[in-house]
Design a protein around this ligand. Structure first.
Ligand code: 4AD
Ligand code: MG
Length: 430
């Protein structure tokens, strides 16, 4: 008998097949038992009728507890009313293990209780749906950059120097030296772009964020393209194409998961080009009109981002932030050096910044001066300065925080559910 996966069950209607999985839930009406079975790909309702199966099979089913592992055989039917649109009339059942009393029950649990059991919580339907959307975004990202002939270049995780400021560095011993967990692959992608033209990296990045917010993880994944001879406009165009693509792919391939998550799909359907582009100065103006007075030069906080994003039904670029508050590598606008040719992309519905990026400094003198202004030791960046000495060119890139995108697209209230095993300020377990 053929063993099938539930996400392909539709190809087996009318046939007798085997399913290997776990008991998600069950109910019984005495004569009939309904087993909701999951196999990692989907759920199905299995039906056992007392008078139609051997007594031992019917009795064995009664002993099944939540999350017991099992193998069932039976015939597949279409059934609109059931969880997956299909149902199985079970004729045979093999128990792999009767699970101990499972801690996560269909009733409501607190978040800490669930996070302590993240290794089990991942089996729940909503968490499962989030991970499938995450996987879809990753696949779409790879496809997007592959199709445009970007080369995937892996950046190192152990690094000798900071990319995004020294306050959020995780430090570790590296034999006689100090090393830091990477905050961003960008600096290495700049080197790679000079070697390959168009590159991207996709890897874990680390920030010792000392504040507890719903938008910050200590460990998150970032997709970071970098393009030689691209300016800020090219960079925003690439971001717009990319974000539209991943949203489209999720809408096309993971609609069912969005429905499980009760996501307002119309909000995602509104995500089409062109995205509005406003300057930092205009952003301050919007804030002022909404009763928030900011001094020119102050950074935008999460609440400010929400006010700005709420003016639009799709992601909005905020560009030309004050040079003072941005990273050392950002290129000042030649016409107005007090602002940089960088941008943040703010997601709608209060999700805030999902992308940061911009044009990099290509001038050797200026980059050295900026390092000094940021108190960054020149010798640590000698290799980076080489990129400005041997055929320097204008170049741009950006980084999208994967969990920020997952959280927005899924409509989650906190980043912790957007990654399989979140690392939070007070949590390193499991
Ligand atoms: O704006 P950031 O700090 O930019 C960079 O790291 C650049 N070097 C990227 C580049 O140009 N290649 O971070 C980029 C993105 C943010 O927009 C956000 O989506 C995400 O990374 N991010 C975080 N996500 C989760 N938890 C955190 N603590 C994050 N910090 C940044
Ligand atoms: Mg940023």
């Amino acid at each position: 008998m053929e063993r099938v996966y539930l996400n392909k069950i539709g190809e087996h209607v009318g046939k007798e097949v085997e399913i290997k999985g776990w008991l998600y839930n069950k109910r019984s009406s005495g004569r009939i038992q309904f087993l909701i079975i999951r196999d990692g790909t989907d759920l199905i309702q299995g039906v056992l009728v007392r008078d139609e199966v051997p007594t031992e099979v019917f009795e064995a089913a009664k002993t099944l507890t939540q999350e017991s592992s099992l193998i069932v055989r039976g015939v597949v039917h279409e059934d609109e009313r059931s969880v997956s649109g299909y149902e199985m009339t079970i004729t045979d059942l093999e128990i792999v293990q009767i699970a101990e009393e499972y801690p996560i029950t269909p009733k409501e649990h607190g978040v800490d209780f669930l996070l302590d059991r993240r290794h089990l919580w991942l089996r729940s339907q909503k968490q499962h749906a989030v991970m499938l959307v995450r996987n879809e975004i990753i696949k779409a990202s790879r496809r997007f950059f592959d199709d445009r002939d970007f080369i995937l270049m892996d950046a190192p995780i152990l690094t000798p120097a900071a990319c995004e400021g020294t306050t959020t560095l995780f430090e570790t011993d590296y034999f006689e030296e100090k090393a830091y967990l990477s905050q961003s692959g960008q600096l290495y992608m700049e080197a790679a772009a000079m070697a390959f033209g168009k590159v991207y990296c996709f890897g874990p990045t680390f920030r010792a964020e000392k504040s507890k917010t719903r938008r910050h993880l200590m460990e998150f994944w970032m997709i970071e393209p970098e393009v030689a001879f691209a300016d800020m406009e090219d960079n925003m165009q690439l971001q717009e194409d990319y974000v539209c693509y991943i949203v489209q792919q999720v809408l096309q391939n993971r609609r069912k998961e969005l429905e499980i998550l009760e996501r307002d799909i119309s909000k995602l359907e509104a995500v089409v080009a062109p995205f509005p582009r406003i300057s930092y100065d205009e952003a301050l103006e919007i804030l002022r009109k909404n009763g928030v007075e900011k001094e020119w030069g102050e950074d935008l906080g999460g609440g400010d981002e929400t006010i700005i994003a709420n003016q639009f039904d799709r992601p909005v670029f905020v560009h030309r932030y004050p040079t003072e508050i941005k990273a050392f590598y950002m290129k000042p606008d030649p016409e107005r050096p007090e602002v940089v040719l960088g941008s943040d992309l703010l997601a709608p519905e209060g999700y805030g910044e999902i992308i940061g990026g911009g044009e990099r400094i290509s001038d050797p003198e200026l980059i050295m001066q900026r390092l000094r202004e940021h108190n960054l030791p020149e010798e640590d960046y000698a290799w980076y300065l080489d990129l400005r000495r041997y055929g320097t060119v204008p170049h741009s890139g950006f980084g999208m925080g994967l969990e920020r995108a997952v959280s927005w697209i899924c409509g989650l209230s906190h980043l912790r559910e957007a990654i399989p095993f979140p690392r939070l300020i007070n949590r390193l377990y499991p």
